[in-house]
Design a protein around this ligand. Structure first.
Ligand code: NAD
Length: 351
């Protein structure tokens, strides 16, 4: 079986951002607005040139379209990618300049935190535009750190996938968790509470060893986590963990984690399938964070966030059912399900 190398449409809009005085250099990529404004975080990272930032923004914006659509959110997909200035720089000046660019789009793009940006940066942006989320929660509304919601969604997705694939709950199963940061640590707590045995790896010894002490987890080297004896692998570090080599060495029968872009390339989904390893597509499992962020932007309360996150697990079951019935990879089926949602939204918008 051959995976489709690319997904659907080109972006709706790309905006070049440049303000030398403020240190702003990057792009906003809006991939789709069929379901609503393009929503996706703002990444501040080291890029050699703006072409690298653009390529990342386009890939990430597309991923957000799929994630938001399948999560049932009234948002399209977008992402901002900013080049981190060399040396010291004035963050407030940079993010206010970025916020003015967001404001100029008049609500076509809604931003939030991503790799390299913080709540304080979002507060700077909020000084010049209301099209921002990821701010501290106020007045019982949704908001604040989305990581616990992401971890809850991944945990419940894993429960559903374990029931579907392994025919049992998580008690007594061994879960290898790659990355014990904000999401990975919360996921470990939930897994330990559910009676799972943990094997963990993280290059940050403070985080890793604290977790190991609390939950009695076995610690392994980061180079070994992908090939340890485990029933389930939960990639919760950076993207691209699953490639031809790492999939060849996997012992786990199920992969379900928080990291974005876990497959180094689309064809890796077929390699997983050929080895009989079930895969819960990353953006299906890890939607809890954007669910929280979007509820904050829409002024909803936490009950709405909880209700939407609770729909992740049944969605995983439906996805794995459909993939099994059709003999196709869940990754390909998830993309199709998201495309169906986006196409229906585009039709409604055109009517
Ligand atoms: P984080 O930065 O808090 O944690 C990532 C952890 O991974 C760090 O502790 C880091 O030391 C560790 N790590 C890095 N390289 C590693 C390696 N080779 N092996 C093992 N560990 C390694 O990030 P986070 O917020 O926990 O997010 C984790 C992943 O989930 C990221 O890919 C992120 O994009 C994705 N994600 C997060 C959210 C959210 O709400 N935070 C939402 C959706 C997706």
């Amino acid at each position: 079986m051959v995976s489709r190398p690319t997904r659907m449409t080109p972006p709706v809009e790309c905006v070049r951002l440049f303000d030398a005085a403020a240190g702003l250099d990057g792009v906003i990529a809006i991939h789709s607005t069929a379901l609503g404004p393009g929503a996706g975080g703002c990444r501040l990272w080291h890029y050699d040139d703006v072409d690298g930032a653009l390529a990342d923004a386009l890939r990430l914006a597309e991923g957000m379209s799929y994630k938001n659509a399948l999560a049932g959110l009234p948002f399209g997909g977008a992402k901002a990618v900013l080049r981190r200035p060399a040396g010291s720089f004035d963050r407030t000046a940079l993010f206010r300049a970025f916020g003015r660019a967001v404001e100029a789009l008049g609500g076509l793009y809604v931003t939030a935190e991503d790799v390299g940006t913080t709540v304080a940066d979002m507060q700077d942006i909020a000084g010049v535009t209301r099209h921002v989320a990821g701010l501290p929660p106020a007045g019982g509304r949704a908001g604040g750190d989305p990581s616990p919601w992401t971890a809850r969604g991944v945990f419940e997705a894993m429960q559903a996938a374990a029931a579907h694939t392994l025919g049992r709950d998580l008690a007594g199963l061994t879960v290898a968790v790659q990355g014990t940061g904000n999401v990975g640590a919360d996921l470990c707590r939930r897994l330990a509470d559910a009676g799972a045995r943990l094997v963990i790896a993280d290059p940050n010894p403070a985080r890793r060893d604290r977790l190991a002490a609390i939950h009695g987890a076995e610690v392994v080297h980061v180079d070994d986590i992908l090939r340890v004896e485990a029933d389930i692998l939960a990639p919760c570090a950076l993207g691209g963990a699953l490639n031809a080599e790492s999939v060849g060495g996997l012992k786990a029968r199920l992969v379900c984690g928080a990291a974005n872009n876990q497959l180094a390339e689309p064809a890796v989904a077929d390699l997983l399938m050929a080895r009989g390893i079930a895969y819960v597509p990353d953006y299906v499992a890890n939607a809890g964070g954007i669910i929280s962020v979007s509820a904050e932007y829409l002024g909803e309360d936490e009950a709405e966030v909880a209700a939407r996150v609770a729909r992740i697990a049944p969605r995983v079951t439906a996805l794995l059912d459909r993939a099994a019935q059709e003999g196709r990879s869940p990754a390909v089926v998830a993309d199709e399900m998201a495309e169906e949602v986006i196409a229906a939204g585009a039709q409604r918008a055109a009517a």
